[in-house]
Design a protein around this ligand. Structure first.
Ligand code: SAM
Length: 311
């Protein structure tokens, strides 16, 4: 297995929004300087960590490299190879040429571009927090596919619009509450019986990422973005509370993705037949109709203000 889906290693001297935010938090829980007194208004203008972190990362890459290379580097490289693997992974779970896929955190359109030749009446509805990614992702895609910039955990598409929602290497950079908020949104936009696929990090299988992050912390190097690990107990609770069934969980090293043609990596290596994803993968089925009938759905999630307007 030669696939490599490494997280971005930050260059020396990198200063991220997250790093700056951490500094403020470590220095004291609430900023106290006379020039910037704490106020709810001040807090309301703060961006989410992922917005600052990813926009800064992508803009730094664009400043250093030609655009295509910058786009690839900003999502860990191997743009085409990993896109092909993501496509085959989803097809393996039943993605059809006539389906609608919501791809959250689409990056530079790694997956969308691979689906251009596969989807017939199907389409991609994609979001990302980085405008440069969204602009790049939409290049070459059919006009009826939609690409939206978001700044929170909103999925700005209609209820029951999608057959599938994917989050490839997105929950890996979010707090648990943010990932769960996204699952509430995915529950809304995915049809009853549709699927939600997300990749995640586990300590047992992705120890090197944790180790590298600890090393950066101990060397007092700022961290480009969060690297979050998710335990299976959390996934079980989230699925239960959202009325979803866990259909499958695969570990990072499990070669479960069946390829129909070889994939070639940036370094010229190739994989064929079956490959692992190098992050764990969870597939949930959206059982919302049956679940609502059993009145188990926690109406708190609906009464709490949704980031998406009246859907
Ligand atoms: C490691 S990249 C993966 C990109 C893409 N899914 C892929 O497989 O190539 C993580 C992506 O998530 C995006 N992202 C981070 N936080 C997000 C959020 N709250 N909503 C949408 N996208 C987000 C980043 O901008 C980045 O494009």
């Amino acid at each position: 297995m030669t696939m490599s889906f490494r997280e971005v290693v930050h260059p020396a001297g990198w200063q991220s929004g997250h790093a700056a935010a951490c500094k403020a938090v470590y220095a004291g829980s609430i900023p106290t300087s006379a020039s910037k007194p704490w106020s709810p208004i001040h807090m309301a203008t703060k961006s989410f960590h992922f917005v600052d972190d990813y926009r800064e990362l992508v803009r730094d890459m664009i400043a250093r490299y030609p655009l295509a290379e910058a786009m690839s580097r900003a999502v860990g490289g191997h743009l085409t190879a990993v896109g092909q693997i993501e496509k085959r992974l989803l097809i393996g779970y039943g993605l059809k040429p006539e389906h609608t896929l919501v791809d959250v955190g689409c990056g530079p359109g790694r997956l969308a571009k691979q689906l251009i030749g596969y989807f017939t009446s199907g389409r991609v509805l994609a979001t990302d927090v980085v405008p440069e990614f969204v602009d790049y992702a939409r290049i070459g895609c059919p006009a009826n596919w939609q690409f939206a910039v978001v700044e929170d955990t909103r999925i700005p598409f209609a209820k029951d619009e999608a057959d599938f929602a994917s989050f490839f290497s997105v929950f890996t950079h979010l707090l648990y509450e943010e990932s769960f908020s996204y699952l509430i949104e995915a529950r809304r936009v995915v049809k009853p019986g549709g699927f939600i696929v997300f990749s995640f990090l586990e300590f047992e299988h992705n120890w090197q990422i944790f180790k590298d992050t600890v090393k950066a912390v101990r060397q007092r190097r700022p961290i480009v973005h969060l690297n979050m690990f998710i335990g299976r107990d959390a996934i079980e609770q989230w699925a239960r509370r959202l009325g979803m069934s866990i259909i499958d969980i695969r570990t990072a090293s499990d070669p479960f993705v069946e390829l129909v043609e070889p994939v070639i990596y940036d370094d010229g290596k190739r994989s064929e037949d079956k490959v692992a994803f190098e992050q764990s993968v969870c597939v949930l089925r959206n059982d919302k109709v049956q679940h609502e009938r059993r009145v188990l759905w926690d109406s708190f999630w609906e009464s709490s203000p949704s980031p998406t307007d009246s859907q």
